[in-house]
Design a protein around this ligand. Structure first.
Ligand code: ATP
Ligand code: MG
Length: 383
């Protein structure tokens, strides 16, 4: 197999220097010698990425994702091990990396494109496209230090994709842009995929990773905890590392219990569009749980079809085994097979207390003649 990016036992240590906890006497006797400790941000990480793959990198805050991308982009040198890259690479790293704050947007475009190997002439040819995509025509001669974080990222992304690298590396900065711009970026990233380019993407949006990526690397406390198909990686990330959080932006850390089983009355996981359905969820609580029931349905492509409203489904569990009964008067989804994920989240949905990703596959049958995703069931009357 030919690789375009290969990491061989990559480790990265940062030396942390601290003057704290030193006595005055100690400082007088040994000036300039604070306490130094080595912090391991990446430990023995190895993988190979082939040409044309889209790889999502998931992990909690501080797990080493940005450090890994910086090693791949050559911004940081691994303490041990090595990274090999074959082909042109453009990276959009953390905010603040890449641009010279005092220079205008225009000068930064030329500077960063030339660092990516483009001549001034070739930048001239694509300059208007870069600025146009970033929608910064009015501000292109303003020093970038006056840009908002969203403007900064728009220009950075626009430069990175416009130089048409063989390998595109994007840290989660895209989340800074507004939704409309994010959608534009996603279109560009899909275009990159169709062109057969290689993409490495850090994202905290697990649904996005599942939808976009072929493969996922999960980092956990500096180590590579998983390398495999995207949907499995998302499950590992949510279940094992995050304690699973279905609600966007939520940060869960602990598991207050387990979802032991989900079932439907007929014994099979089936429902019919427009008809009543019910489901039982067996839960064991390790501690008292005050929370809200949430379920998600994903389609076969991993796209989120629906996440139920936590607010209307409070649950209160004492330690021990329980069954949560769920029913709804009408299945709105049209036919398809849907992955069912269930759990209990805290108030405001900010933390998953218990979660089971892909607990079952629900087969929905539709007997009508409509098309699309959901049943609209309009009533019609002529007057
Ligand atoms: N230059 C540095 N000096 C010292 N420590 C650093 C440096 N850069 C990163 N670290 C530490 O290394 C660890 C990994 O950081 P990194 O930025 O790679 O995490 P991350 O997974 O990208 O997190 P986030 O999701 O918050 O972006 C963190 O504990 C961080 O504090
Ligand atoms: Mg980061």
């Amino acid at each position: 197999m030919t690789f375009v990016v290969r990491a061989d036992s990559v480790s990265k240590n940062f030396r942390l220097h601290s003057e704290r906890h030193r006595s005055f006497k100690d400082k007088l006797l040994r000036p300039g010698q604070g306490v130094t400790t080595d912090f391991t941000a990446l430990a023995d990480v190895s993988f190979e990425i082939s040409s044309g793959e889209t790889v999502g990198i998931l992990g909690r805050n501080g797990s080493g994702k940005s450090t890994l991308l910086k090693c791949i982009c050559g911004v940081l040198r691994p303490t041990s091990g090595q990274v090999l890259v074959r082909g042109s690479l453009a990276g959009l790293l953390e905010l603040g990396a890449g641009f010279q704050p005092e220079l205008s947007g225009r000068d930064n475009v030329y500077l960063s494109a030339s660092m990516l190997g483009m001549s001034t002439k070739s930048v001239d040819a694509i300059f208007d496209d870069i600025v146009g995509f970033a929608e910064l025509e009015q501000f292109i001669d303003t020093p970038v230090k006056f840009y908002s974080s969203g403007m900064y990222v728009r220009l950075g992304f626009s430069v990175a994709v416009s130089v048409e690298p063989e390998i595109l590396v994007v840290d989660e900065v895209l989340a800074v842009g507004d939704e409309r711009f994010q959608a534009k970026c996603m279109d560009r990233i899909r275009q990159f995929q169709r062109d057969g380019r290689t993409i490495l993407l850090v994202s905290h949006n697990a649904d996005q990773v599942r939808t976009l990526c072929d493969r996922t690397l999960v980092l956990d406390r500096s180590q590579l905890a998983f390398d495999g198909p995207a949907a499995d990686g998302v499950r590992v990330f949510r279940e094992r590392l995050m304690g699973a959080s279905p609600v966007a932006g939520a940060a869960a850390t602990r598991s207050a219990g387990t979802i032991d089983a989900v079932s439907m009355p007929s014994g099979r996981f089936v429902a019919t569009t427009g008809e009543k359905w019910e489901m039982s969820v067996a839960v064991t609580a390790n501690e008292p749980i005050e929370g809200h029931f949430v379920m998600e349905l994903h389609n076969e492509r991993g796209e989120l079809m629906v996440r139920s409203d936590w607010e209307v489904a409070p649950v209160s569990l004492s330690p021990g085994s329980h069954v949560i009964h769920v029913d709804s008067p009408s299945m709105s989804l049209l036919d398809g097979a849907y992955q069912v994920s269930v759990g209990i989240v805290s108030d405001f949905g900010s933390q998953a207390l218990v979660w089971r990703e892909q607990a079952a596959v629900l087969e929905v049958t539709y007997r009508g003649r409509g098309a699309g995703i959901i049943q609209l069931a309009p009533r019609v009357r002529v007057s």
